[in-house]
Design a protein around this ligand. Structure first.
Ligand code: SF4
Length: 453
């Protein structure tokens, strides 16, 4: 298969690994921004092939994981209303809010439906003129354009019973927040290729310059990730910090102008809270005031919600790269994909889910990297949190081996309360790391096109 097999070639991978080994002379900590990259790294054992000096830190690039608890609770509130058909991607159903999740709302009679695209929700609105159809619009710069286009279509088609609960986030402000953190250990970034396929690379040179870090635009197949690591390490060894596009087959420097124009028309930048992290200035999008009629928060007046995170969940530290999932006390015991305490165990791009799915239970290069642990790190001194976490992992003994999660295979359910409890990994996933070409195609749909009708 073109553009898949070529980027999983074992011989080419071996040569890239050898090159990285030959280049590295000192410890380096790189953050892969996207959860899709995290899954590729853990699935293919890429971190275990790298020299001990190279530590891969998992970043906050999972759209489901970072959706704020308050917004999840608003979704639960809206989905509970009898007049509402609430539409979401499958992996949102199990994301815990303050006490329950969308799947429970569906079990209690709420009309919660799994869809594959926002246009499915718009079609539902057309087919059910007596109901209010609400689409849960979350994600990064990759899913924002098709969601924006759907709002554009709703207005164009005069569909009044459609609205969107919007919680979109933007990557560059998150990178800035990570670098400004006192506990930051990141020395280079593997930027999310699909985000750049939409937005281009224009926002990154200023970040690379300001914080003195190389930023390498990276794809998702094993060779993509290894090449991203190779280029980042090469820059670090040379004391360079530039933006390098290692995903040029998908990412043009200017991104996708049609998608960017659609975003600029439908959304406006806003401060956004990231679950487990807090508010990051300018890190989100909301519907522009002229599209308020399609804003579910405005239409349903959900405010004053009292949110409660489970105290034992440490996903905020996982999302900031301060903790590896298996270093969490609850990992694989009280917290599993079927009994998740945090979104990072539910999402198809969540780091905790990746470690659970691929049975990364501790130790080794995928765990705390002993060769590089804490080098150059303000958080790594004696008695530091990282040191305590590492020590805990070392002395806690073998963990119970969780059952592997089955691969996705089932079709989505479409009605309320149907069927048995779904395997979260078998639900249609949030499409953040689907093929970039497909994403670019959907993002560039003509503004005049009408895929709904
Ligand atoms: S393993 Fe579970 S409880 Fe621990 S950080 Fe991950 S989601 Fe939270």
């Amino acid at each position: 298969m073109k553009y898949i097999d070529e980027f999983q070639d074992p011989e080419l991978a071996r040569r890239l690994v050898e090159d990285i080994h030959a280049t590295v002379t000192r410890p380096w900590a790189l953050m892969e921004v996207c959860g899709g990259q995290t899954h590729s790294i853990i699935r293919h054992g890429i971190d275990q092939l790298l020299p001990g000096e190279v530590e891969l830190i998992h970043g906050p690039g999972c759209p489901v994981c970072v959706t704020p608890l308050e917004v999840i609770d608003k979704a639960l509130e809206i989905a509970s209303r009898p007049e509402v058909i609430f539409c979401s991607y499958g992996d949102m159903l199990r994301v815990p809010g303050s006490g329950r999740d969308l799947f429970q709302v569906r079990g209690e009679g709420g009309d919660v439906r799994v869809v594959y695209s926002p246009l499915d929700a718009l079609r539902l609105a057309q087919d059910n003129p007596g109901r209010e159809v609400v689409f849960f619009g979350i994600g990064f710069e990759t899913t924002a354009p098709p969601n924006a286009m759907t709002v554009h279509q709703a207005r164009k088609l005069g569909i009044r019973n459609f609205s969107m609960l919007v919680s979109h986030v933007r990557v560059p402000p998150a990178i800035e927040a990570i670098m400004r953190s006192e506990s930051c250990r990141v020395q280079g970034f593997l930027a999310a290729g699909h985000v750049c396929s939409v937005m281009g690379t224009g926002e990154y040179p200023a970040l690379a310059e300001r914080f003195g870090v190389p930023i390498v635009v990276t794809g998702f197949e094993p060779l993509d990730v290894l090449e991203g690591v190779r280029r980042a390490v090469r820059q670090l060894e040379r004391d360079e910090h530039t933006v390098d596009n290692a995903y040029a087959r998908v990412v043009p420097p200017e991104g996708n102008p049609a998608a960017k124009a659609m975003l600029a028309d439908i959304f406006e930048v806003t401060d956004r809270s990231w679950r487990g992290i807090g508010v990051i200035p300018g890190s989100g999008w909301r519907l522009a005031a002229r599209y308020r009629e399609f804003d579910a928060e405005h239409r349903f007046q959900v405010s004053g919600i009292d949110t409660r995170e489970p105290a034992e969940c440490r996903s905020g530290e996982v999302l900031q790269g301060l903790l590896k999932p298996h270093e969490c006390e609850a990992f694989g015991t009280v917290c599993t994909p079927r009994t998740p305490l945090g979104a990072t165990m539910v999402s198809s791009e969540g780091a905790c889910a990746a470690y659970y799915l691929y049975r990364r239970l501790g130790g080794g290069a995928g765990g705390t990297n002993a060769a590089s642990a804490g080098a150059n790190s303000p958080a790594s001194g004696p008695g530091s949190k990282r040191e305590r976490d590492s020590a805990h992992t070392a002395v806690s003994g073998p963990r119970r081996v969780p059952e592997p999660v089955s691969a996705p295979e089932s079709a989505p359910e479409s009605g309320p309360g149907q069927g048995a409890e779904p395997d979260p990994a078998a639900e249609p996933e949030h499409a953040e790391h689907a093929e970039a070409a497909e994403r670019a195609e959907s993002a560039s749909v003509s503004l005049e096109g009408s895929p709904v009708v």
